[in-house]
Design a binder for this molecule. Structure first.
Ligand code: AQP
Length: 334
């Protein structure tokens, strides 16, 4: 049976890349088999966070996922820290992974480089084992993520296989479901289209926030970096030589459900392409923003959904953890 698991960090900076690369696929696929989606608040602790803000943003992220279309009747939506087995399994996986393989994780290298490795939190280093625990606890068969998470998924598969070989068949080895290139797998920064759109970018001018007002979306897309070749057939989908234009085409195609190379044939000048992209993004975000405003007014309902989600998730997680603890040789408590 197909079982899906994916997670997203609670941050007010959720952007179009998160939405087009991950969340909209969660919504589309939530009725395939069994699906679990979690707000990964423990992962958010790998960098400095204000406690009150983290609490508020965790609920806000859950609200946003509901606004985007997750249906608590169809899927299990919960907060990572509400299910204690995540950190427990993470330890067993830390004792399965090696320093060398964690050190090779490019996300750690990039993020640690910003403040210096000495000052980086240990949790930033062990983040991939916690992510592996998130996935393996639910014996997920499929993990829908953006391209940037491919390496972490490969590590998860390696850890699952290693554990199974050493101690017996406990874990399901999951597959990453990454959108095909050009279909939202890697939405790029509008100002620096060779870097992925990211909430930790220095300037927010290259990032479209899910709560950006129409005017802001319009302005950011209008100012998106393209290139100087604005001739008659300049609108082409060519990520290598025209990364800025390809990114706009990818966004427009993802927002309207088309193919970027085909979408390109409908436009001649960059101005037309930018206007159409802005309009498509505004229309894409409009219903999500409206629904968010409704749900935001009723936090008790969101909390109730999250409680019910954790109650559904915990027995699944507990069963896998118990098997893993037994297999590795821990003496049962009773
Ligand atoms: N630019 C992107 N294009 C497509 N998908 C993306 N994702 C992130 N950026 C892009 C996918 O969004 C999901 C949730 O991501 P996360 O909350 O775990 O954050 P992240 O992967 O660390 O990326 P962010 O949001 O840009 O944060 P920072 O600044 O910390 O790197 C994941 O499935 C991810 O692949």
């Amino acid at each position: 049976m197909t079982r899906i698991l994916s997670g997203i960090q609670p941050t007010g900076g959720v952007h179009l890349g998160n939405y087009l690369g991950a969340v909209r696929y969660w919504v589309e696929d939530q009725r395939i088999g069994e699906s679990f989606y979690c707000v990964v608040d423990l992962h958010a602790l790998t960098i400095p966070r204000d406690p009150a803000e983290l609490r508020q943003e965790t609920r806000a992220m859950a609200t946003l996922l509901l606004a985007a279309g997750l249906d608590p009747e169809a899927c299990t939506l919960f907060v990572q820290s509400h299910v204690p087995q995540h950190t427990q399994l993470s330890w067993l996986l830390e004792c399965t992974a090696s320093m060398g393989e964690l050190r090779r994780m490019t996300q750690f290298k990039d993020k640690a480089a910003k403040g210096g490795e000495e000052a980086a939190r240990v949790g930033l280093f062990t983040y991939p084992t916690l992510m592996a625990a998130d996935i393996l606890l639910y014996r997920a068969t499929h993990v829908p993520v953006g391209e940037d998470q491919r390496q972490h998924l490969e590590l998860t598969r390696d850890l699952a296989e290693r554990f199974n070989t050493r101690y017996g068949p406990v874990f399901t080895v999951p597959e990453a479901t990454i959108p095909p290139p050009g279909r939202g797998a890697r939405i790029m920064d509008l100002q620096e289209p060779t870097r992925k759109m990211s909430k930790s970018a220095e300037s927010d001018q290259g990032m479209i926030g899910l709560f950006d007002e129409p005017k802001v979306v319009e302005r950011k897309i209008k100012r998106a970096v393209t290139d100087t070749d604005d001739g008659p057939d300049a609108v082409r989908f060519d990520p290598d030589t025209k990364p800025g234009v390809a990114n706009l085409l990818q966004i427009l195609a993802a927002a309207t459900g088309g193919d970027p190379a085909e979408v390109a044939t409908g436009y001649r000048r960059y101005g037309e392409l930018k206007a159409a992209t802005a309009e498509a993004v505004i229309e894409l975000l409009r219903p999500v923003q409206a629904r968010y405003r409704e749900l935001e007014a009723d936090p008790a309902t969101v909390d109730k959904i999250l409680r019910a989600g954790a109650e559904r998730a915990e027995p699944v997680a507990a069963a896998t953890l118990a098997r893993a603890m037994d297999a590795i040789g821990l003496l049962p408590a009773r």
